[in-house]
Design a protein around this ligand. Structure first.
Ligand code: C2E
Ligand code: MG
Ligand code: MG
Ligand code: MG
Length: 291
């Protein structure tokens, strides 16, 4: 009895320490060993081509399966990994896993491109281009099947060296995409300056395009801007048919969101690709919503 009481005390104490540390500190403590403990996992979400009427791409998104806290979303640990100096090894793992899964999907006969989210810090560390090159070589994935998504904030401090690294990746044949366009600080100048061919509109803009006329005008304007710059515009966060109808009317050709599918594990991907119903792009209800 004394022994189990002791155990119990230790457990209670551990729990008290945990709550005192806070979730973020707990995550910071456990993050350094998460890679070698194989606690990370990639999930994939479809990107649909409205004109091609099929799934053209899949975006890879990292998850951390924490043994006690359950699945931790990237918004909680990517910035932490950046602060703790752990982002480069994590991104290397992400690149290797995503390119390997991408090659498997291609080998299974699905012609899709795979997106990987890139961290500014990896670019700043100066090893993004070589790390991408070795991941591609190891996976046997053609560079033109890989899209690197870079957030707008990265572009802001686009020093010459970062720009030349992006140019290197572009020269390798990789496709570059601006992620979360319109979020936070905006600088339009870099859109003309950098070798970026895809523009992903931040999903915040879609949240209430159906009710907010000015918001809808903004979305239409960005889609037009992207098109005039010769870029492919992807709308993120498409959750319902009303949004789909508006985006379609605005001429947005590429769509991603829960309406078309939540992110799934690699093992479920072929099912998602095989199960896509292009009919869902048609006759998105307008009449019902307008009345
Ligand atoms: P992101 O690159 O903009 O990815 C899109 C996010 O929106 C994902 O969240 C996705 O699950 C979510 N999403 C997709 N469709 C919908 C929808 O219809 N409605 C709503 N409400 N959300 C939707 P997730 O997976 O939590 O990732 C969050 C962010 O974390 C990503 O935003 C990306 O910036 C970052 N991230 C994810 N994976 C990685 C990674 O491997 N490396 C790096 N550096 N960052 C990553
Ligand atoms: Mg992204
Ligand atoms: Mg985004
Ligand atoms: Mg993002």
């Amino acid at each position: 009895a004394a022994k189990s009481e002791g155990k119990c005390c230790v457990r209670t104490a551990a729990r008290a320490i945990d709550s005192a540390m806070g979730r973020r500190a707990r995550l910071a403590r456990d993050l350094p060993s998460a890679l070698e403990l194989e606690q990370f996992r990639m999930v994939y979400q479809p990107v649909v081509g409205a004109e091609e009427r099929r799934i053209l791409g899949i975006e890879s998104l990292v998850r951390w399966d924490h043994p006690q806290l359950g699945t931790v979303p990237p918004d909680e640990f990517i910035s932490l990994a950046e602060e703790e100096g752990l982002i480069v090894p994590l991104q290397r793992w992400v690149l290797r896993r995503a390119t390997r899964d991408a090659a498997a999907v291609l080998a299974a006969g699905w012609d899709v491109m795979t997106s990987v989210n890139v961290s500014v810090r990896h670019l700043q560390a100066g090893c993004l281009a070589p790390d991408v090159a070795s991941a591609l070589a190891e996976a046997g994935l053609p560079p033109h099947k890989l899209i690197l998504e870079i957030t707008e904030s990265v572009m802001l401090d686009a020093e010459d060296r970062l720009q030349s690294d992006l140019a290197t990746l572009e020269a390798m044949g990789c496709v570059l995409s601006v992620d979360d366009f319109g979020r936070g600080y905006s600088s339009l100048a870099y859109l003309a300056r950098l070798p970026v061919t895809i523009l992903k509109l931040d999903r915040e803009f879609l949240a209430d395009i159906e009710s907010d006329e000015r918001g809808a005008t903004l979305v239409a304007g960005v889609i037009d801007l992207g098109r005039r710059l010769g870029m492919d515009v992807v709308a993120e966060g498409v959750e319902n048919l009303g949004q789909l109808r508006m985006l379609r009317d605005m001429g947005c050709r590429y769509l991603q969101g829960w309406l078309f599918g939540r992110p799934v594990d690699a093992t479920e991907l072929s099912g998602v690709l095989a199960g896509f119903d292009p009919g869902m792009l048609d006759d998105a209800p307008g009449a019902e919503l307008d009345t």
